[in-house]
Design a protein around this ligand. Sequence first.
Ligand code: AMP
Ligand code: GLY
Length: 426
Amino acid sequence: MNVLLLGSGGREHALAWRLAASPMLTKLYAAPGNPGIAKEAELVAVDITDHAAVARFCLGNNIDLVVVGPEAPLVAGIADDLRAKGIRVFGPSKAAAQLEGSKGFTKDLCARYGIPTGAYGRFDSLAAARAYVEEKGAPIVIKADGLAAGKGVTVAMTLAEALGALEACFDGSFGSAGAEVVVEEFLTGEEASFFCLCDGATALPFGTAQDHKRVGEGDTGPNTGGMGAYSPAPVMTPEVVERTMREIVEPTMRGMAEKGMPFSGVLFAGLMIDGKGAPKLIEFNARFGDPECQVLMMRLKEDLLTLLNAAVDGQLSHMSARWRDETALTVVMAAKGYPASPEKGSVIRNTEAAAGKGVEIFHAGTALRDGELIANGGRVLNVTATGLTAGEAQTKAYAAVDLIDWPQGFCRRDIGWRAVDREFVK
Ligand code: AMP
Ligand code: GLY
């Protein structure tokens, strides 16, 4: 098979790494890709926001499957536009991607199908939203309805903070994404990420992970796209997974099919698990997490391309996903200044020497300049290792981080602390 992978981050490098290893693969292309992905795929300079150009490339190069990494093209309807030309795509339709693209859409689906989630209100005017927030009080969560590159959520601990966040949304800080706002009950417990591969009817559980969203050690400081992750998430016991499937994922699949927008692709549920093991939905995403995908790909035993094809063909009920009985852990190395204003252009050395023996260095925001690897974004490298325990995976990942020569980069030194602490208690 000829496969075109869309995207340019660490998530896509991990997907490329597994797709390239598939016995079913003839040729892998990636657009736009990055220097890490270039080791696994031929990079093509097609603008992925130009759906007609992507379709032309596919038709001209006998592409048998397009794998869409990020959410923006899905929410913009790339899967529909390619399918309309007869091209097979792994990823949800524009209508189904509303599960990520509109927080209000998802909350209404939860209300309709009895899916456990925080109480909420949807607002398109500041006055009504303000009245609701004043009635409910803090802590409370304010969310821009649409895609806001991970910046549209404010967990407000005070009323003043909540009102400030509402004003920012309605002032246009998040553009059209903030024209509507969801105000949500503050949930407590332990967060986890849960993934399913979906084919419109069947959802196949596809691993658990936890990420670290805050930039600073001890989970402090501003939110980021994710500073590190590990899989499996110990809080996602078989009982919690079973409840999540029954109470959250299966009603969602049913509800979406009933609405005439069956969900296919990756359903990523961001969950809050309370002390009794009851899951509540924080949000859905319509694609793999980044950096959660990197740790899942380290543990997956099956051939990824076989599974993605089965999802596209509606055959997932015949498939299983088995995982290596190890912990995988990834440390994000970011450019100094991330998330506010990462410095670009600094030279990174020694990544090749740091890889090997259960360690993979996935590239995110990298580029080549005069044959040297340079930082070209906020999150730059994902140093990923496996180990028999979370502690061993963590030790291996940081040993590799310490081999990389990049003075202008930084990382958190405590990725995986929850899982490692649990091992000490045992
Ligand atoms: P999101 O961008 O929706 O993933 O939200 C970012 C982060 O905000 C989540 O990972 C949670 O840590 C936090 N968050 C979102 N919604 C809630 C909620 N209802 N209660 C508590 N924390 C939340
Ligand atoms: N790491 C969280 C996300 O990809 O949304």
